[in-house]
Design a protein around this ligand. Structure first.
Ligand SMILES: [Zn+2]
Length: 345
């Protein structure tokens, strides 16, 4: 969620305006949907197969997005071909939020990875109280003060605001393929930004639909998942980056946010360097005094953060500290108030 590495140049493909669609190949379209956050849009894609269209991701659930979809579905390519499938890359609301409504509107089946689907079901069906309990437990360990914990209780389930319902889905997994009219899309599943995120690539045309795992301007948020056991998400993301580092820079990357670009290896190398730099910053600070997640946030994100940004920043600070624990560089001890302290081993 930082923007401090030199971004790769834009590919020569003009981005659509909010709520608009542009064709970028005979079988690929790009849609941009607005988001009510500092990151103010999400990119969706549409692929053409012999039997019809596959929509990749949907935008959040809101009246405005409903209107955008209504306009889009009334024009080509949606008036030329039936929508057969809606593929959701991962459970975050900007990607899955409108999937249930869109599947109702189009009659298309939804494709997801099992883990991302189950995650969305868990979060959409949580009561406000259960969701707040989960957040308060985690935020207390992070070292947030009582005013912020009280805000969480008042806020309730913020996931289900933007993803009112999780659609039924057919599960797909790494190694599966999706036929297109100009080639085969191969599915990969990765951990890091989320837990079993789907990316699609066509190795013949060297086109990569990278979802939220490889973005040109900001670094993807690498955060400890809220529900479920703590996991080394940064370690998983390093493994992903090490894998794509060997791909070269001649791929066209169509990402989940910002612009299309050509620079898989250079971007992966920049992201590895970025996170390693963040880990060094935290180790230096931990040498002065034990860190909490909130004090690590001050190191990594020295800026005013709103509630939404605080959520991402705290998850990311925790993921970095937890990675250092897994690397045996830090220890983690919990005090009598339930706050975690990270100190050099
Ligand atoms: Zn995401």
């Amino acid at each position: 969620m930082s923007a401090n590495i030199t971004p790769p140049p834009k590919a020569d493909i003009p981005a659509p305006a909010d709520g608009q669609i542009v064709a970028i190949a005979e079988d690929i379209w790009w849609i941009r949907m607005p988001l009510p956050f500092r990151l103010n849009h999400v990119n969706l894609y549409v692929l053409l197969a012999d039997d019809g269209l596959t929509i990749i991701d949907t935008g959040i659930y809101s009246d405005h997005i409903a209107q955008c979809w209504q306009n889009l579905l009334a024009a080509p390519p949606f008036t030329d071909y039936p929508v057969r499938r809606i593929l959701v890359t991962h459970y975050h609301p900007d990607h899955i939020g409108y999937a249930y409504a869109l599947s109702e509107l189009t009659g298309a089946e939804v494709l997801m990875s099992r883990i991302e689907h189950q995650k969305s079901v868990t979060l959409t069906t949580m009561t406000d109280a259960a969701f707040a309990d989960m957040m308060v437990d985690r935020y207390r360990a992070y070292g947030f003060d009582q005013t912020i914990l009280n805000d969480l209780i008042e806020r309730g389930n913020h996931y289900s605001d933007k993803t009112t319902r999780t659609p039924d889905a057919r599960y797909i997994d790494a190694g599966d393929t999706l036929a297109g009219i100009s080639g085969q899309w191969h599915i990969r599943c990765d951990r890091g930004h989320s837990e079993h995120h789907i990316g699609l690539y066509d190795p013949d045309r060297r086109i990569f639909l990278s979802g939220d795992f490889l973005l040109p301007r900001i670094t993807p948020n690498i955060a400890t998942p809220l529900a479920g056991p703590v996991d080394d998400m940064l370690g998983h993301y390093f493994a992903y980056l090490a894998d794509i580092l060997t791909w070269g820079d001649d791929w066209l990357v169509l990402p989940g946010h910002d612009w299309a670009f050509h620079a898989v290896s250079t971007r992966a190398a920049g992201l590895i360097q970025h996170h390693q730099g963040r880990l060094m910053q935290l180790l230096d600070q931990a040498d002065q005094a034990p860190l909490t997640v909130t004090s690590a946030m001050d190191v990594l994100f020295p800026m005013e953060l709103n509630e939404h940004e605080r959520y991402f920043a705290s998850g990311e600070a925790h993921a970095h500290l937890y990675h250092l624990v897994k690397q045996n560089a830090l220890t983690c001890d919990t005090d009598q108030h339930g706050v975690e302290y990270y100190a050099p081993r």
